[in-house]
Design a protein around this ligand. Sequence first.
Ligand code: NAD
Length: 461
Amino acid sequence: MKEASAAGIQRILQNQRTYFATQETKLLPFRMEQLKKLKAGIKKRDHEVIDALALDLGKSELESYSTEIGILYEEINFTIKHLKGWAKPKKVKTALTHVGSKGSIIPEPYGTVLIIAPWNYPFQLALSPLVGAIAAGNTAIIKPSELTPNVSALLSTLLQELYPPSYVAVIGGGVQTSQALLEERFDYIFFTGSAAVGKVVMEAASRHLTPVTLELGGKSPVIVHEDANIPLAAKRIVFGKFMNAGQTCIAPDYLLVHSKIKTSLIEAMKEVIQAFYGPEPIQSPAYSKIVNQRHYNRLSGYLKEGTVIYGGERNDSKQKIAPTLIDRVKLDSSVMTEEIFGPIFPVVEYTSLEEAIELIHSRPKPLALYLFTQNKNTADEVTSRISFGGGCINDTLMHIATPYLPFGGVGESGMGNYHGKASFDTFSHRKSVLKQTNRFDFSFRYPSANNGLQLVKKLLK
Ligand code: NAD
């Protein structure tokens, strides 16, 4: 892995600053054009994207198209459709103390932003923040993941073809490159990755007082209550858990199931796994591999922390682990305390909803939470009592795929959010400007005013 030099990074950064200062990136027609270019560029190479994802992660074409390519088209289309309205300065009301003046909020780009991406959705998670950065009028440097070399190389080729590096640049490399980038002063840092590295990023950003968005991970629970529609719950949970072989930040991490329906839910999930991936999922082209040997070994270790009740098959040379359900896990074991990020699904039963809520409360705030119930009060209780980044009632993952819902974590699962307008807002500073009238001038605020204090007390009480 070739690491980027500090001098090389500084040169690109300086060029981006110079280019940003020309003001061109702020022009609305320019931004629109760059977004259209991005979409056309992806379209032209979408087969290469699918091939690269197959090489790096063994992703099927359906998964690659829906979760990495199609979702980007949606994001770009939505942004192009609404950008004019988002970018317009917003007039605000005038306070009584400010009669005669006009206030407005003007969204302005931060300047040069850094986007650090992870490996699990390596194409989409590098480009989706870029859509927001471009829409808001920034220049951007993207640091893709070193663990998905084919996708990272393709990102570099694609973006070089579309944009000059003084506008959008890809800087490849590993941890060392990422650290060298973090030494520099950016105007905004958008990081997607683990909580541990999120802390490193925030610490580095604090040295320059650079604002950050941290899109992190964690343990996202799925609760299946006694009144759930079991066949539908099984289908939607298996879909969310085993997509990309569980290597999804918002995948259900562990299952909390009401004891009354545990057996029937497990039986239903087994049937769905077979229907989705066949009797031998590790042979199925629809089923992804584990990204590398280190993660394969880490996940294999979890299999010993409970009783495997379904799956458990592995293929060392293909780095594949079958969709696996494990029971009798200890709550303080690593599989129940670390983010699993793979196709192993611990099953924990509860007898009262209170018990499930307490268990989640005793842990860091999750990135996602899923609840299956047919009772509105149960849904209201869970959503109002538990703090989590985002989630679904009676589904998994789907809240991430609509541009109308801001996506992000809370507490240890992250800070800030994006998608749709939230992306534009994330990459924009809201500049407040008061335009004062020259037609008259209230004198009561000046030290020379006779009745100043009296009037101020009347106005501000
Ligand atoms: P990671 O934190 O190991 O790496 C992410 C990026 O940070 C990579 O580009 C890597 O090169 C860089 N990096 C790694 N170590 C670094 C260091 N010490 N200093 C500076 N930079 C460093 O994460 P990952 O393994 O690529 O991705 C998996 C994690 O990302 C999981 O925790 C998952 O939940 C999370 N994730 C979150 C989201 C989300 O949207 N919230 C999406 C995908 C993944």
